[in-house]
Design a protein around this ligand. Structure first.
Ligand SMILES: [Zn+2]
Ligand SMILES: [Zn+2]
Ligand SMILES: [Zn+2]
Length: 177
C-alpha cells in the first residue's frame, strides 16, 4: 500500500489496523476503527500531541473525550479512560483473540501533554492488553492513539493455569528416616 499524498510505501502503526507515511506523515485508515468515537462538535483549546491539529469534543460510550480527527487519537481524564476500558472489556465477553505485541519503538516516542505542555510518561498499559499509552500525572490525563482503546478493550485475561502439583508431605519425607 502506498501513500496517496506522496506515493511512498506506508508503514503500519504498531499492532493496529492503519498506516502512516514515513515521509510525509499522512495517516491512512483503510478500514473503520472500532474505537466507537462519536464527534460532539466544537473544538477545545488544546492541540493534538501527535499532529498538532486542534482537538474536538467527542464521546466514547457516552464518556467525554477530546479527539483528533486527523490521527484519530484521543485525550481522556484517567477516570474516564478507566471507565471506557472496563465497559469495553465487560462487553467483549472474554472471547477476543489475543492482540499482537506492541512495537517496542512506541516506547521511544515522547509527547507533550496537551494541557500543561510538559513531557508525558510513555509506558505499556499496566492492566493487560498490548498498548503503549502516554499519561500526564500532573493533569491526570491519558493519550491514546487510534485503535489502542480497541486493543485494550478486547483484552482477555489469560485463563488461570492448573495449580502446580504438590506431592503430599508423606511422600517427600519417605526415605529420610
Ligand atoms: Zn506520504
Ligand atoms: Zn492528531
Ligand atoms: Zn499535563
Amino acid at each position: 500500500m502506498n501513500c496517496t499524498n506522496c506515493g511512498a510505501g506506508l508503514k503500519p502503526v504498531g499492532n493496529r489496523p492503519y498506516f502512516r507515511c514515513p515521509y510525509c506523515e499522512t495517516f491512512h485508515f483503510p478500514q473503520e476503527l472500532a474505537d466507537g468515537v462519536a464527534l460532539v462538535g466544537g473544538s477545545v483549546p488544546r492541540a493534538c500531541p501527535v499532529c498538532a491539529d486542534p482537538l474536538a469534543h467527542a464521546a466514547i460510550d457516552g464518556h467525554a473525550v477530546e479527539y483528533c480527527a486527523t490521527c484519530r487519537g484521543f485525550l481522556a481524564a484517567n477516570a474516564t479512560f478507566n471507565q471506557i476500558v472496563q465497559l469495553k472489556r465487560a462487553r467483549n465477553g472474554g472471547v477476543q483473540p489475543p492482540a499482537l505485541p506492541f512495537d517496542r519503538d512506541e516506547l521511544k516516542r515522547r509527547l507533550k501533554c496537551p494541557s500543561c505542555t510538559k513531557s508525558m510518561d510513555t509506558h505499556p498499559y499496566h492492566a493487560g492488553g498490548n498498548a503503549v499509552i502516554d499519561t500526564c500525572h500532573r493533569c491526570r490525563v491519558v493519550w491514546l492513539d487510534a485503535g489502542e482503546i480497541t486493543v485494550l478493550g478486547n483484552y482477555t485475561a489469560p485463563r488461570p493455569t492448573a495449580p502446580l502439583y504438590v506431592p503430599p508431605l508423606s511422600s517427600i519425607y519417605t526415605g529420610l528416616h
